[in-house]
Design a protein around this ligand. Structure first.
Ligand SMILES: NC(=O)c1ccc[n+]([C@@H]2O[C@H](COP(=O)([O-])OP(=O)(O)OC[C@H]3O[C@@H](n4cnc5c(N)ncnc54)[C@H](OP(=O)(O)O)[C@@H]3O)[C@@H](O)[C@H]2O)c1
Length: 473
C-alpha cells in the first residue's frame, strides 16, 4: 500500500469546501489524473453516495467507482475507490481556520493482481500525481478569478464558419472544456428563475443550479410535467428548495401574471434564465395575435425581464442569462416584419431573427444596467440533443445525432454564467462553452445604434399592456 498525504489551506468557508470536495462528481475539474467524473446516485452526498471516475493510467484511462463510506459534514469524508487493478481509500479532513479552511488529504492506494509487484516502483510517480491533484484542488478553491477573454483562435474559427460549426458539436464541448477553470461555488441562499425548465437545456440547467444549492423556480406551462420535473430534480440533487411557477410564455397576459406572482413570492431573485424557446415550422399566432416564435422567444423574455428588473436590482449582485442560438449568426435584425407576415414563413429564419434580437437586447440591457450590480449575458449552447431539436428539426437531428451534445453539456454555460464569480465581472457578452464569442460573422448583421433603438421601441410597444389587452399593435 502506498500512502499519500498533503495538507493545504484555502480561503473559503468550511461548508463550501466540504460540499465541493466531498462531491467526487467534481473530481475531473480539479484532479488532472481524472479524465471524467460523475455522481451516479441520487440525493445529497452521504454514506453510500457513488461516483464513477475514469482515472488516467499512463496512456489509458481506467474506470473506478468511489463510494462514500463515512461522512461527517463538514469535517470529514472517507471514500473508497475500486477498480480492476486499484483499490483506494481517500480520507479527507476539513478544519476551519482564521483564513478559510485547512484540508488534510490522505490517500491509501493499493495496486491489485499482477500490478502488485511493481507497486514499490510506482511510489514516486503516484506521489507526484497526488501532489498535482491536491494542487488542483487548491487552485479550484482559490480566490484567484479573472473573466476569460476572447481568444483569437475562436474568433478565427467563428469567421471561417465551418470550424466554428464544429465547435457546436460534442467534440467542440470536449475540446473547449480542457481550458476551463473548476466551477467551485455554492449558490446556497441564492434564488434562480429558469424558464423552459421542463425539458432539454432548461431542465439540465435547473438541475445543475439546484445541485449547486440554489433555490430554483421552474417556469413551465404544463402543471403535470412541471411537477414531475420538480420531483426529479429534488430526488437527483437532494435539494428540496425547488418550486414551480406556471405560465404559457407565448401569452403576454400570462407573462405578466407570472412576473407579478414571482414579485409577490420571491423576496430576492439573483438569477433569471430566459431559456424557453420554440422553432415552429408553420406560422401560427397566439390568442393575442402575435406570431408564436416571436412571442415565446422574444416578447416573453423582454417583458419578464423588464418586470423583474426592480427585484433583480434589489437582489444585486444578480445576473440575467439569455439563451440564444448559433443560428442567429445567419441574420441581422428584421425590424419591418417582426411578425413575419410579409414573406413566406421559414421557421428557422423566424427563429434566428428572434435569437439575433435577444442578443441585441442583451447588449442594450447590459449598457442600461451598468453599475447596478446586474450583469446580463447571452449564450448559445452549441447543438444539443433535446426534445426540442428532435421535434423541430427531425432531419438535422437524424444526421447529426452522433455529434450532438447532451443536454447537460449544452446547459453547462448557462449554469456557469449564472454561478461563476468570473461571469459576474463582465456584462453584455455572447458566450459559448464559457468563452466570449463575436456576435456577428456576416457583414451587415451587426445592428446599428438606430436599429437597436427601433427594436427596443417596437418591443416596448408590442408588450405594452393597454395595446396587447385590446389586441392592437
Ligand atoms: N438544443 C439545442 O441544440 C439548442 C441550440 C441553440 C439554442 N437552443 C435554445 O435553447 C433553449 C432550450 O431549447 P431545448 O433544445 O432545450 O428545447 P426543448 O427541449 O423544446 O425545451 C424548450 C422548453 O421551453 C418550454 N416552452 C416552449 N414554449 C413555451 C411556452 N409557450 N410557455 C412556456 N414554456 C414554453 C418547453 O416547455 P414544454 O416542456 O411544455 O414543451 C420546454 O421546457 C431554447 O431557447 C432554444 O432556442 C437550443
Amino acid at each position: 500500500m502506498i500512502r499519500l498525504r498533503e495538507t493545504i489551506e484555502v480561503p473559503r468557508p468550511i461548508d463550501e469546501v466540504f460540499a465541493y470536495t466531498s462531491n467526487f462528481g467534481n473530481a475531473a475539474q480539479w484532479d488532472p489524473g481524472v479524465a471524467d467524473s460523475s455522481k451516479v446516485s441520487a440525493g445529497p452526498i452521504g454514506i453510500g453516495t457513488a461516483f464513477e471516475l475514469r482515472v488516467r493510467f499512463g496512456a489509458r484511462s481506467i474506470p473506478m467507482t468511489y463510494v462514500v463510506r463515512e461522512c461527517d459534514p463538514p469535517t470529514r469524508v472517507l471514500l473508497e475507490g475500486k477498480g480492476d487493478s486499484v483499490h483506494a481509500l481517500d480520507d479527507i479532513a476539513f478544519a476551519a481556520t482564521p483564513r478559510g479552511t485547512r484540508i488534510t488529504y490522505t490517500a491509501d492506494i493499493s495496486l491489485l493482481g499482477a500490478l502488485r509487484v511493481v507497486e514499490p516502483l510506482l511510489k514516486g510517480a503516484l506521489d507526484s500525481v497526488g501532489k498535482k491533484a491536491v494542487g488542483g484542488l487548491r487552485a479550484a478553491l482559490s480566490d484567484d478569478v479573472a473573466p476569460p477573454g476572447r481568444s483569437r483562435l475562436s474568433d478565427l474559427q467563428d469567421r471561417l464558419i465551418v470550424p466554428g460549426l464544429l465547435g457546436f458539436t460534442s467534440l467542440g464541448y470536449h475540446w473547449h472544456r480542457r481550458r476551463w477553470k473548476p466551477l467551485a461555488v455554492s449558490l446556497r441562499g441564492r434564488t434562480a428563475v429558469v424558464t423552459g425548465a421542463t425539458s432539454g437545456l432548461g431542465q439540465a440547467a435547473a438541475s445543475q443550479l439546484a445541485e449547486l444549492g440554489a433555490r430554483v423556480i421552474l417556469v413551465g406551462r404544463n402543471p403535470d410535467k412541471a411537477e414531475a420535473t420538480r420531483r426529479e430534480i429534488v430526488a437527483a440533487t437532494g435539494n428540496d428548495d425547488v418550486a414551480v411557477a406556471l405560465a404559457d410564455l407565448s401569452l403576454l397576459a400570462d407573462v405578466r401574471k407570472l412576473a407579478r406572482r414571482l414579485l409577490e413570492t420571491e423576496p430576492r431573485i439573483h438569477v433569471l434564465v430566459n431559456n424557453a424557446g420554440v422553432l415552429l415550422n408553420q406560422r401560427t399566432t397566439t390568442a393575442e395575435g402575435n406570431e408564436t416564435a416571436l412571442a415565446t422567444n422574444l416578447l416573453a423574455p423582454f417583458l419578464l425581464t423588464q418586470m423583474l428588473l426592480p427585484r433583480l436590482r434589489e437582489s444585486a449582485p444578480s445576473r440575467i442569462v439569455n439563451v440564444s442560438s448559433g443560428g442567429m449568426y445567419a441574420t441581422g435584425l428584421v425590424l419591418d416584419d417582426l411578425q413575419y407576415e410579409k414573406s413566406a414563413y421559414d421557421g428557422s429564419r423566424a427563429y434566428a431573427r428572434t435569437k439575433r434580437a435577444l442578443v441585441t437586447l442583451t447588449e442594450m440591457w447590459a449598457e442600461r444596467l451598468k453599475g447596478s450590480g446586474v450583469v446580463v449575458h447571452a449564450m448559445h449552447p452549441g447543438w444539443a440533443d433535446t426534445p426540442g431539436v428532435a421535434g423541430s428539426l427531425p432531419a438535422f437531428h437524424a444526421i447529426t445525432r452522433r455529434f450532438l451534445r447532451t443536454a447537460e453539456q449544452g446547459a453547462d454555460t448557462i449554469t456557469w454564467l449564472a454561478a461563476a464569480e468570473e461571469a459576474a465581472m463582465v456584462t453584455g457578452v455572447f458566450w459559448l462553452d464559457r468563452e466570449p464569442h463575436t456576435t456577428h460573422v456576416i457583414p451587415g448583421t451587426d445592428p446599428s445604434p438606430q436599429e437597436r433603438q427601433e427594436l427596443w421601441d417596437a418591443l416596448a410597444s408590442l408588450t405594452d399592456r393597454k395595446k396587447s389587452q385590446t389586441g392592437a399593435r
